[in-house]
Design a protein around this ligand. Sequence first.
Ligand code: UT7
Length: 323
Amino acid sequence: MVTRSRVLSAGSYLPARIVTNDELAKTIDTNDEWIRQRTGIRQRHIAAEGELTSDLAVAASHQALENAGLKGSDVDCIILGTCTPDHTFPATATRVQHVLGAKGFAMDVGAVCSGFVFALAAADNFIRLGQVKNALVIGAETFSRILDWKDRGTCVLFGDGAGAVVLQASEGKGNKSDQGILSTHLFSDGAHYERLYVDGGPSATQTTGHVKMDGREVFRHAVVNLAAAIDVAIAANNINADEVDWLVPHQANRRIIDSMGHRLKLPEERAVITVDRHANTSAASIPLALAEAVNDGRIKRGQLVLMEAMGGGFTWGSALVRW
Ligand code: UT7
């Protein structure tokens, strides 16, 4: 027998305000056709003034806990993937912990768009070591706060939101038929630090800064790195690509998602797509997509779900879960 992290539930939250491509085209030199063709994005949600990353995270967590039938006080570990914390410190996760009345410990993980996969891997390892029973894993971002709204090469690509899952320690046989997280694989390569970064920070500039991205280079590396992250998950679990029921990818660009779907020879409808409505919400994108497909009944118990993400650093990784 081995300890596995079962995924009990998922929840999400999107700010009320929707900004369409046409609305952006009123203030910067862009157009709906370019954005849709290059990225698949039609609109994004933007947090209201005074609505913080922790607020988004708490709302998503409430839904996830309710769906799991648990209370905040049942949670003994919160790991929040974010690169847009409320404050430089303390960890935004500690505010979430306080509002939910959770126990144990809470921390943030900074891996940008890979933040949810990194947070999930960390929580899974705490659970498998026997240190945690019920973990809340969150991805939450107010990315709109670090965008340069005059830079059409980046500001059209991102949005705000949050998603969360509840993990619970359970027993498994130690093979691929187990329910729960079967594997996580994490990677980073700091040689590419400046291809996707924020040009501010407490130590460097004492300012918050704005997102800078060499889009073409990020795209090129994303296709290669995500393919490798998928391959290693499949090989490590001794499964065939066609056993994967659902791809729940990071939602940066529809073209990248489609190329990963083709790699898995997955029917198009088996990739969960939210990039059209949410844009790239960084660490929130996978749990937002997961919550949508779980809560509308597409993803069913027993099915195999493959997640993959790539972000600044570069960081990238994958997680294979039997739902
Ligand atoms: O979440 C982390 C991971 N991030 C990603 O995976 C993002 C990866 N990169 C991408 O998704 C794509 O590279 C972009 C969507 C960012 C850009 O698409 P692209 O096909 O690589 O376009 P490009 O950057 O090569 O730009 C093509 C043209 C340029 O004009 P010229 O130089 O060919 O005349 C840009 O100036 O499109 C122009 N352009 C725009 N035009 C209208 C750039 N942004 C815009 C815009 N509206 N918003």
